[in-house]
Structure formats: structure tokens, C-alpha cells
Design a protein around this ligand. Structure first.
Ligand code: ADP
Ligand code: MG
Length: 241
């Protein structure tokens, strides 16, 4: 039987908001403006996924799909130090792939599945940072949205299947768009990707910076989690309280 596990984000507040952490057999999405900490959380999870946790979780390897070319392996070193893990081991346990276009991003999932078969049970986390960037570039015309959403749907159902079949946590970051049609709250931020992404994501969290410059995480549109918000910090040791 597959035992669901939860990965810590490095922030107790953020973990609490998520109902314990980033869950396996599910897709967790964090969206927000540039510089709000989405990639920093991705780096932190590369490390925390390797630590033992609750309910007999023993830790495991990570696959990182990078679409914005913002992964910095050296960033993992101080985060590993914070959690008293060996830097080299931590780096060796992260399998990195850069995606060059949306089709390539989809095709990389073949390699992911191959890896998950080869090293059965060893991988615990798949990160996609970010999920929509290449799709937005490849299908930028108005008339291309339908095709984009169809391709996106194929990729998301594949990700869902992977998370359930192999009991891994899928964590993805996403970009935002301002909803100019919402006249009452024109500055409300919405994740891109439309209904397809909304339906595929099990949990959606919005990151933003408040007027004081504090970083805030907020539950978005969840049937299960309370609609509350918490503050978190970005430190040299990664995401923290
Ligand atoms: P995005 O949401 O665009 O992915 P990032 O995760 O890249 O944003 O966050 C970038 C921010 O993280 C920077 O503006 C900086 O404030 C913070 N940051 C990055 N590295 C460090 C570090 N080593 N120590 C403290 N803060 C950091
Ligand atoms: Mg980023």
C-alpha cells in the first residue's frame, strides 16, 4: 500500500497552511509575481525531500525540470548546511533537466517515467519551475489558446498519473496575470493556465509581498484548506519562518 507523505517547506507556518506540507500523490502549485520566492521554495524542497520526516518517511531523490533557467545548484549548499546534510550528497540526489520548449517539457516526462522505473521507490519529488512559461511563449497568439490548453491538459494528466502511480509529490510554480476584467478588484492576481491548471492542481498557493516587504502565502480556491494566509521568510538556509 502506498503511504502518503508530506514534505516540509522549511517554514512551519507555511507547512501548517498546507495542512502539513507538500503532499505526495498530489500536485501542489505556487504562483505569484516575480521575486516572491517560488524558485527559492523549489530549491528548499530539493533539500528537505531528502530528509526523513513524519509517518516513516525516509527521504529520497528529486527531479527538477527547469524552464526558466533559474536553478542554481550552489544554492543548495547553504540549505543543506542548515539541515545538517552533506552538500555533495544533496547535489548528487537532484536530477536536473532543462526544458527548451513546451513540447520538450512534455517529452521530458518520458525520461522521468524511465528514471522512476529504473530506480523504483527512490524518487520522492518532481519539481517543475515553472509550468507555464514555455507554453506562454510557444502559444502566444489569441487563436492558439485552444491548442495550448489541449497540450497543457495532456501534460497535466500525465503529471497527475505520475504522482499517483509512483507516490511522489509534484511541485510546480506558476506565473500570474492581473485580472483587468475584475472591475471591483483590478489588482487581484490570478494564476495563468485557466481551467485546465485549476482542475489539475490539488492545492494552489499564492505568494506575494505586502507593503512592509514581508512575504505572504495565501491559500487560493481550495475546497479543503482554510482560506487563511501566513508570513514566511527567505534566508540563506532557504524558506523559513
Ligand atoms: P520567483 O518567485 O520569481 O521564483 P525567487 O524564488 O527567485 O522568486 O526569489 C528571489 C528572491 O529571493 C530575491 O529577491 C531575494 O530577496 C531572495 N533570495 C534569494 N537568494 C537569497 C539568499 N541566499 N538569502 C536570502 N534571500 C535570498
Ligand atoms: Mg522563479
Amino acid at each position: 500500500r502506498k503511504q502518503i507523505f508530506k514534505l516540509t517547506t522549511g517554514s512551519q507556518q507555511l507547512d501548517k497552511l498546507l495542512g502539513g506540507g507538500i503532499e505526495s500523490m498530489a500536485i501542489t502549485e505556487v504562483f505569484g509575481e516575480f521575486g516572491t520566492g517560488k524558485t527559492q521554495l523549489s530549491h528548499t524542497l530539493c533539500v528537505t525531500a531528502q530528509m526523513p520526516g513524519h509517518n516513516g518517511y525516509i527521504g529520497g531523490r528529486v527531479i527538477f525540470i527547469d524552464t526558466e533557467h533559474t536553478f542554481r545548484p550552489d544554492r543548495l549548499r547553504p540549505i543543506a548546511d542548515r539541515f545538517n546534510l552533506d552538500q555533495t550528497t544533496v547535489l548528487d540526489n537532484v536530477l536536473y533537466a532543462r526544458a527548451y520548449n513546451s513540447e520538450h517539457q512534455y517529452e521530458l516526462l518520458d525520461n522521468v517515467v524511465e528514471k522512476l522505473h529504473e530506480e523504483a521507490g527512490l524518487f520522492k519529488l518532481l519539481i517543475v519551475d515553472s509550468v507555464m512559461a514555455l507554453f506562454r511563449v510557444d502559444y502566444c497568439g489569441r487563436g492558439e489558446i485552444a491548442v495550448r490548453q489541449q497540450k497543457l491538459g495532456q501534460m497535466m494528466s500525465r503529471l497527475q498519473k505520475i504522482s499517483e502511480e509512483y507516490n511522489i509529490a509534484v511541485f510546480m510554480t506558476n506565473q500570474i496575470t492581473s485580472d483587468l476584467n475584475n472591475l471591483e478588484q483590478p489588482d487581484v492576481q490570478k494564476p495563468v493556465g485557466g481551467n485546465i491548471l485549476a482542475h489539475a492542481s490539488t492545492t494552489r498557493i499564492c505568494f506575494h509581498k505586502n507593503v512592509k516587504g514581508n512575504r505572504i502565502a495565501k491559500v487560493y480556491d481550495s475546497p479543503e484548506l482554510e482560506e487563511c494566509e501566513v508570513a514566511f521568510a527567505i534566508t540563506s538556509g532557504g524558506i523559513d519562518d
